[in-house]
Write a protein that binds this ligand. Structure first.
Ligand code: ZN
Length: 117
């Protein structure tokens, strides 16, 4: 999966084409993503004992990963992703500006703490 939680993505097909939002959840097995504020579906609930009025609940619908593109924080456009793999980490690179798309991820070296008495 090239898209990660927290990524800013743009929808490139479907009725929400052109909308952007942050990825709230990645459904890896279904290759879909939930995007905040995009593809909101209304569910009409029948009245039940718990909720005698019934009602309408709005929930984002998952969108196929192939229908979204990552918005590069450097050039501000939806871009294709290249991957650069090094011994320590996988980096996602913007194909337009070659900027690193994983500014948040850093190589975390595990340091064993020495307990000195
Ligand atoms: Zn870029």
């Amino acid at each position: 999966m090239k898209i990660k939680k927290g990524d800013n993505v743009m929808v490139i097909s479907g009725k929400d084409r052109g909308k952007t939002g942050a990825v709230e959840r990645v459904l890896v097995d279904k290759e879909k993503v939930l995007i905040a504020g995009v593809a909101i579906a209304k569910h009409h609930l029948k009245p039940s004992k718990k909720d005698p009025q019934g009602g309408i609940v709005t929930m984002p619908t998952p969108i196929a990963v192939s229908n979204v593109m990552l918005v590069c924080p450097h050039c501000g456009k939806p871009v294709r992703i290249a991957q650069r793999v090094s011994a320590t980490m996988k980096e996602r690179i913007c194909r337009k500006c070659q900027g690193n798309l994983d500014t948040k991820t850093q190589v975390t070296t595990k340091v064993k703490e020495k307990h000195v008495k």
